[in-house]
Design a protein. Structure first.
Length: 439
């Protein structure tokens, strides 16, 4: 064979190979999906078989018993004077957090001064009342003597040779003495009532000062937070300035930080044991049961997994506070975690939990991405020639990766992206979804 013949044969083989590649690409294109205005919509077909059930969830190691240490109510912000670090072992009664109490010390000194002043005023008023009472008794005795003398003078005038004018004078003198006595008795009653009221005011002032002193002393005692039992200290994150909104790492409380009343600043974790609490979606709840085995990966200990057992599954669901747009509810699932090194299991560590359940036998299933919501109903978009149409489906089971349907035939081709959304992206006027050219 000549050199020219060999070149022609090489070019022929290369052209045939390129043609085969092009034909293969066109043949394979319907299996990859369809496109509309340059956007390819992937598809999948209904398959029948066993569906594996694997549940992944994130969790946190928590103590079986813990108690939060809360900043006391003292009527204003407080500054942390000292605080134990996270992980510090403490005994019952040990000081964990201590606040600056200088302001409360000033209030205590002021209350003590006001109490001492009130007690002195009360003592002075009582002494003055004793002196005044003695003077009033002398004055009252004198007035009574004047009345008695006027009575005797009037009686003597009736037995003697007194004129009518003298008798009238003595009568007026008696009436005047009696009036002075009556007025003096009324004045004594009024003075006694006034002194009693003034003394009550001073006693109330003393009680108020004593109450303020007791309150200040109680605040001073409460500004030292002690461990309620033996355990470990876990300091809370200082999100007083809402730093978490910026997406930064929030530091823990430390000496010098300002705290408002009622704010948890630390937690004492009992050493009786820990448990793992994870949150799973309501769709995965049906695949979890008490006693089921699980595998736990601790984020702080890379490359190591620990066996775990489901201890309890919450019977009531809840929705996260910030999940406004997500209607899915979650369940709390607690696990017993065991391992070769229990000392590495510390409260507060985050974990990844993997639970493998019993597979769903003989099911018709699709990828979970094939399920959409259309007009408030669960639908899949079934391939009809050159377009897709929504079809309501009955979903009997859901896993993290698959859905089990009961009313679709095996081999039915469905879209893995919402064709309606693709049409809206294209302007809504491109017509139905068309197959890729050349198919």
């Amino acid at each position: 064979m000549t050199t020219q013949s060999r070149k022609r044969l090489g070019w022929s083989l290369a052209a045939a190979l390129c043609l085969a590649v092009v034909i293969g690409a066109f043949i394979a294109s319907p299996m990859q999906g369809v496109q509309t205005d340059g956007s390819v919509i992937p598809t999948a077909r209904v398959l029948e078989g066993d569906v594996p059930v694997v549940v992944h969830a994130t969790g946190e190691l928590r103590p079986l018993k813990a108690q939060a240490l809360v900043a006391p109510a003292v009527g204003g912000p407080m500054q942390i004077l000292s605080i134990a670090e996270t992980g510090t072992p403490v005994k019952e009664g040990d000081v964990v957090v201590e606040f600056d109490r200088s302001e409360q010390d000033d209030r205590l000194d002021t209350a003590r001064s006001e109490l001492a002043q009130a007690e002195q005023e009360i003592a002075k008023m009582r002494a003055d009342a004793v002196v005044q009472r003695a003077q009033d008794e002398v004055t009252l005795l004198t007035a009574r003597f004047d009345v008695r003398r006027a009575e005797l003078d009037l009686q003597g005038a009736g037995q003697g040779m007194k004129s009518e004018i003298d008798k009238q004078k003595l009568t007026l003198t008696l009436q005047e003495a009696q009036g002075r006595l009556a007025q003096l008795q009324e004045d004594l009653k009024s003075r006694t009532a006034s002194d009693r009221a003034s003394l009550a005011v001073l006693e109330e002032k003393r009680n108020k000062a004593r109450l303020q002193m007791d309150n200040a002393q109680r605040n001073i005692d409460n500004m030292t937070l002690r461990a309620p039992f033996d355990g470990l200290v876990a300091v809370k994150a200082n999100d007083m300035n809402n730093a978490a909104w910026a997406g930064v790492v929030v530091p823990e409380f430390r000496a010098g930080d300002t705290v408002f009343s009622g704010r948890p600043v630390a937690e004492v974790l009992h050493e009786s044991g820990i448990e793992l609490v994870a949150k799973v979606s309501e769709y995965d709840r049906a695949h979890l049961n008490e006693g089921q085995k699980a595998e736990v990966m601790i984020h702080a200990v890379q490359g190591k997994s620990l066996p775990a057992t489901i201890k309890a599954v919450a019977g009531a669901s809840r929705r996260e506070v910030w999940a406004w747009n997500d209607p899915t509810r979650t369940f709390d699932v607690s696990f017993d975690v065991t391992g070769s090194n229990p000392a590495s299991l510390r409260p507060g560590l985050t974990t990844l939990v993997r639970v493998t359940g019993a597979p769903i036998k003989g099911a018709r299933y699709l990828p979970r991405q094939a399920l959409f919501e259309h007009e408030g109903k669960p639908v899949v978009f079934v391939r009809q020639g050159r377009s897709f149409e929504p079809r309501e489906v009955k979903v009997s089971h859901r896993t993290e990766t698959h859905i089990v349907v009961t009313d679709l035939a095996v081999g039915t081709e469905v879209a893995l992206r919402n064709p309606l959304a693709e049409e809206k992206k294209g302007g809504g006027g491109a017509g139905p979804v068309q197959p890729r050219s050349g198919t």
